[in-house]
Design a protein around this ligand. Structure first.
Ligand code: ZN
Length: 413
């Protein structure tokens, strides 16, 4: 599938040294230095295209966009891959509910998502891959797991023995009880009889009447969720066989920590014989006025609706950066209105003849981002500069700051 339109990154000023990145890793449960390399491999789980793009999605892709931008600004190459789960139970359920073809529903939501990403100034992935187009890769990966005696069948369905990975559970750190609880909530089937372990993951679902299916060495059917991402990441990121881990970051929202990322990582570990990712990075959930935003509550706020209402997408970007990516946070109209006002003041300040000194604020923004993407601190530096410029401070160069905040914060003013 084609990625969305490329986004230009302006060059940073000469002589600006960005500090090394420190990043929270869910597996280590601490903020740790991100290894210094010339090439990074990042995989971020994409959407299931039936409800795009709400602010929770936007917050997640913004987080990884900031990492992508920061590493590039330090001069590294970033290989970035994202999937689209364009065949899955929720998509089929929604298509039946709305009486539309599941392919048409997926295509319409993918188009909407791509438009939203362009509006939000999110750098496109190098490879943007739908599961349907990656079916061969997925079935081949399942065959390798089967050859390594880590699979078994229940009726016509194929399962992965999660305990085949001795590290299973060490990326998410949930108790057995919690894993079972979350697994049942997030598409798992812990109580199915015939499974060897309640947490074992579905690899291939045998054909069900009325559902789409694909031919494979495992029978007609369709893949489980976790193996899709694992297969796509390991193929398109072209792991370096000499590295300790296959890739540098496996990323997504915190609702993917378990089971999705734990199980993808376990399968990748069997496929490659080494840890999947150096860092497992997760962004928090977005609520609305203090209540969790969710499909079931019907309180999703969509990027496309805000843009349709005339909101500048840069105001949405600013609002999402007002709080830290790793925390669960709340969206409100007040936050949006404040952000609109700051973007207006920023635009006015950047167009003034004389502006406050810009080199220190750029350094401080870079320093804040290097500290586990501390965007609230970065925006606070920018606000201080706006206020100083409004108060006739001078000595800065507006163009230099404008290019820097476009490059590393993605704020195209
Ligand atoms: Zn995924």
């Amino acid at each position: 599938m084609n990625s969305w339109a490329s986004v230009a990154i302006p060059p940073l000023g000469e002589g600006l040294e960005l500090p090394p990145l420190q990043l929270m890793d869910t597996a280590r449960a601490s903020i740790t230095p991100f290894p210094e390399k010339s090439l990074y491999r990042i995989y971020v789980c994409g959407i299931t295209p039936y409800d795009a793009t709400h602010l929770g999605h936007a917050a997640t892709y913004l987080t990884f966009d900031l990492i992508n931008r920061y590493l590039r600004a330090r001069g590294a190459e970033v290989r970035f891959v994202q999937n689209i789960t364009d065949i899955d139970d929720p998509l089929l359920e929604r298509a039946i509910r709305d009486n539309v073809d599941w392919r048409q529903l997926a295509q319409s939501q993918i188009d909407l998502f791509r438009g939203d990403m362009v509006n939000l100034h999110i750098l496109p992935p190098d490879h943007y891959i739908g599961v349907v187009e990656a079916m061969d890769l997925v079935t081949k990966s399942i065959s390798i797991l089967a050859e390594r005696a880590t699979t078994y069948t229940v009726d016509k369905d194929l399962y992965f023995s999660v305990r085949a990975d001795s590290q299973f559970g060490t990326r998410s750190h949930y108790s057995e009880e919690k894993m079972l609880e979350i697994f049942a909530e997030r598409g798992g089937d812990p109580s199915r009889s015939g499974k060897q372990d309640p947490l074992d993951a579905l690899l291939w679902l045998g054909h069900r009447e009325g559902e789409p299916s694909w031919e494979s060495p495992h029978g007609d059917g369709r893949p489980g969720w976790h193996i899709e991402c694992c297969a796509i990441a390991l193929h398109y990121l072209e792991p370096d066989s000499t590295s300790v881990t296959s890739i540098d970051i496996q990323g997504g929202g915190s609702d993917l920590i378990f089971p999705h990322h734990e199980m993808s990582a376990a399968q990748a570990k069997i496929l490659q014989g080494r840890e999947f990712a150096s860092h497992y990075v997760h962004s928090g959930m977005i609520g609305l006025d203090g209540v969790k935003m969710s499909k079931s509550l019907g309180n999703l706020v969509f990027v496309s609706k805000l843009v349709e209402a005339g909101i500048n997408p840069m105001s949405i970007r600013w609002a999402l950066m007002e709080s830290h990516y790793s925390t669960d946070r709340s969206w409100s109209d007040e936050l949006l209105q404040d952000s609109i006002a700051w973007i207006d003041r920023l635009r006015r300040a950047l167009s003034m003849m004389e502006v406050a000194p810009t080199a220190p604020v750029i350094r401080n923004i870079a320093s804040a981002l290097s500290n586990n993407l501390d965007t609230p601190a970065a925006l606070s530096e920018l606000k201080k500069w706006i206020i100083a410029s409004e108060n006739q401070s001078d000595g800065g160069e507006a163009g230099e700051l404008s290019r820097a905040i476009d490059a590393i914060l993605g704020l195209a003013i």
